[in-house]
Write a protein that binds this ligand. Structure first.
Ligand SMILES: NC(=O)c1ccc[n+]([C@@H]2O[C@H](COP(=O)([O-])OP(=O)(O)OC[C@H]3O[C@@H](n4cnc5c(N)ncnc54)[C@H](O)[C@@H]3O)[C@@H](O)[C@H]2O)c1
Length: 283
């Protein structure tokens, strides 16, 4: 089965990126969020990003217009009825995700695959909110979704082989390289491996050992990383990072994943990272 009409729910960092990617690859995509204000801001952000690429001569004005014309922005979830593949990219909260999946299950055609971009929540638990657990799957894009090559495919207990095959093919049609885990695993491969390092970088900062700039520069120069760990937490969003660490800690019961207090304090101070204008750095 080839996907013809993708639907993205959640137009934050990841949803907008996945929607833009779909449009760039020639799909007509619908993107939905909870308010006109949020949807309007997301559309403006995508437009600004594309405009910058036009200014740099990377794409033409016509390319930009044709990508934007393939992105249908809405607050009406019922539009999922017309779609054959849903990518959910809403907040990393199991109750909210289950509620949305139950609603999608009642709206979408029985053939439609419901994929979650969750970082660390259980695909089986999300699937339990639907009557089609065989068609629920984890499809984990990386940030920025337009650029990062990897898509991790995470199966739930009841995800069918057919659903895995269609999702892998869709990832490839989006120009990505899909890598599937052999079994359900919180945070898959990359986010779990990275989690310990990000935690430790925040702890090094909290211990007063070095400034964010020096920690990031040291990790770039000494560990060959393309970007520093604290800049990466800012890019991910501290709230999303904390939600992932809490899930990993609860599920794996390993001290390496216990989130340091500094992250909670920064969130309480509104320092959510790039999206809020301040995190470890000011933007
Ligand atoms: N930020 C990252 O680097 C990253 C990377 C990979 C995966 N993820 C995962 O992707 C998902 C989204 O993360 P994000 O960083 O884009 O979050 P975000 O906070 O930027 O955006 C979430 C969006 O979901 C919307 N939303 C919440 N409830 C909704 C509902 N009921 N219906 C429709 N929209 C709703 C919010 O209004 C918001 O616009 C999370 O599960 C996260 O773990 C994030």
């Amino acid at each position: 089965m080839d996907i013809k009409k993708p639907f993205v729910i959640g137009t934050g960092i990841m949803g907008s990126g996945v929607g833009q990617l779909c449009a760039q690859q020639g799909y007509d995509v619908t993107l939905v969020d909870i308010s006109d204000d949020i949807v309007g801001k997301a559309r403006e952000k995508v437009k600004t990003g594309l405009n910058r690429r036009v200014e740099k001569g990377k794409i033409t004005q016509e390319d930009m217009e044709s990508v934007l014309s393939r992105m249908n922005w809405s607050t009406d979830m019922d539009q999922a009825r017309e779609c054959d593949f849903v990518v959910e990219a809403i907040s990393e909260n199991i109750d909210v995700k289950k509620e949305v999946f139950a609603k999608l299950d009642s709206i979408c055609s029985p053939e439609t695959i419901l994929a979650s971009n969750t970082t660390a929540l259980s695909v089986s638990e999300i699937a339990s909110a639907t009557l089609r657990p065989d068609k629920v799957i984890g499809m984990h894009f990386f940030n920025p979704a337009v650029i990062m090559k990897l898509v991790e495919i995470i199966r739930g207990e009841k995800t069918s082989e057919d659903t895995i095959a269609v999702t892998k093919k869709f990832a490839e049609d989006l120009g990505k390289v899909p890598i599937a885990t052999a079994k359900e695993a919180p945070a898959g491969i990359v986010s779990r491996v990275l989690a310990g390092m990000l935690n430790e970088a925040a702890a090094v900062y909290a211990d007063g050992i070095a400034s964010p700039q020096d920690i990031d520069e040291a990790m770039k120069l000494g560990a060959g990383l393309p970007m520093g760990p604290l800049a990466l937490i800012d890019m991910i969003g501290l709230d999303i990072h904390l939600a992932k660490m809490e899930t990993l800690y609860a599920k794996l019961k390993d001290e390496r994943y216990r989130p340091p207090e500094i992250i909670r304090k920064m969130i309480a101070d509104g320092k959510l990272g790039r999206k809020a204008g301040e995190g470890f750095y000011k933007y």
